[in-house]
Design a protein around this ligand. Structure first.
Ligand SMILES: C[S@@+](CC[C@H](N)C(=O)[O-])C[C@H]1O[C@@H](n2cnc3c(N)ncnc32)[C@H](O)[C@@H]1O
Length: 245
């Protein structure tokens, strides 16, 4: 039977915050929270797919009232168990369709999670849901990688991105559908485990069209949280769309 918490059940939630990669370092988290606090401009913020509160908690520490929508109850239990976690109001549900009470000056969706919506329709619905939560003049922010098709020579579908004694990770892309399956192989002694997660990769320009369909316009596209310009060499982007004032 499928886990009601999706891919982020108790086992993943328990080790989610042990990650030592760049994204989890205090400098990165603080920089991210500071940019989002500026955009919230003293109003209320809503995080789609809030997870264990990696960004929601430091944003709340900056005096912003933060709400979250999240599919996984296991991830939310971790969030609420953390110091300050009681101050984050959360709603269990799908970020493409679930409504949180009230309106917000900022809605944000980080860590490539727009790609967890595996159809174009669901991604479009997510933009419409963000716009429906925003006050006039409010901002919607997405942080997501640029699809890595330049790494794929003709005939190849696989992009390896991590290899160590205990873990191998690679993505398999289908350029006809923009589907991408993440493969994660972990090795523990003579046991190994192979997990897969389905994604839909999406282009910056396609996201701009989704924003337009939802009545929003691009106001910033940076190549990261230090707000450096987005260029043809950028591997990811932080994009900000605004609902008309
Ligand atoms: C990579 S984690 C990111 C969590 C948090 N935003 C962060 O930056 O640390 C992805 C999260 O998205 C949640 N998620 C995936 N699809 C979702 C959906 N359709 N609606 C709401 N949450 C979703 C997962 O349960 C998981 O907690």
């Amino acid at each position: 039977m499928d886990d009601p918490d999706g891919r982020f059940g108790e086992k993943v939630a328990a080790r989610y915050d042990d990650d030592s990669s760049e994204r989890f370092r205090p400098e990165t988290v603080n920089r991210t929270a500071s940019v989002l606090a500026d955009l919230a401009d003293g109003g209320r913020a809503l995080e789609f797919a809030v997870g264990t509160g990696r960004i929601a908690l430091p944003l709340a520490e900056r005096g912003i009232e933060v709400h979250g929508i999240e599919l996984s109850r296991a991830m939310l239990r971790r969030l609420h168990a953390k110091p300050g976690g009681d101050g984050i109001r959360t709603t269990v549900g799908d970020m493409a369709t679930t409504r949180a009470d009230g309106t917000f000056t900022l809605v944000y969706l980080v860590f490539n999670t727009i790609n967890n919506l595996t159809t174009q329709d669901a991604q479009v619905a997510c933009f419409e849901n963000a716009a429906a939560h925003l006050e006039p003049g409010g901002h919607f922010v997405i942080e997501v990688g640029v699809p890595e098709l330049r790494k794929l020579p003709p005939g190849q579908t696989m992009i390896p991105w991590h290899s160590s004694a205990t873990e191998y990770c690679y993505d398999v892309l289908d350029t006809s559908t923009q589907s991408m399956i993440g493969h994660y192989i972990t090795i523990d002694g003579d046991r190994s485990e192979h997990e897969t997660i389905p994604f839909r990769y999406v282009w910056p320009s396609e996201l701009d069209l989704m924003a337009r369909l939802a009545g929003m316009r691009l106001v910033h596209r940076w190549s990261g949280w230090t707000r450096e310009p987005f260029t043809h060499e950028s591997t990811e982007h932080v994009s900000v769309w605004q609902k008309p004032a």
